[in-house]
Design a protein around this ligand. Structure first.
Ligand SMILES: [Zn+2]
Length: 79
C-alpha cells in the first residue's frame, strides 16, 4: 500500500495518508483530526469548503461510524 505524507483534507496540516486497496478512499492519520477514511470525491471537493464545515463533516462521520470502526467522510457530509 502506498503510504505518503500529504495534507489532511480537513485541516490542511501534514498528515499520513494511505490509499485503501480499492483506491476510492484514503486513510488519513492526522495529528489534529485523528484517524478516518476520506472518499476520493471528498478530498477533491474539500478545498472549496471552510475548515469549520469540514470539521463538522468529520463529526457527522464519527457519529455515523459503528463503534470501533473508522469514520468514513464523504461529500454527503459537506453542507
Ligand atoms: Zn486534520
Amino acid at each position: 500500500m502506498a503510504r505518503s505524507i500529504a495534507r489532511c483534507p480537513v485541516c490542511k496540516k501534514p498528515a499520513k495518508q494511505t490509499a485503501t486497496p480499492t483506491g476510492d478512499h484514503n486513510q488519513i492519520d492526522c495529528p489534529d483530526c485523528g484517524r478516518f477514511l476520506a472518499s476520493e470525491s471528498f478530498s477533491q471537493a474539500a478545498s472549496a469548503h471552510s475548515i469549520s464545515a469540514k470539521r463538522l463533516a468529520l463529526e457527522h462521520a464519527r457519529f455515523r461510524a459503528r463503534y470501533g470502526a473508522l469514520p468514513v467522510i464523504t461529500t454527503y457530509d459537506l453542507p
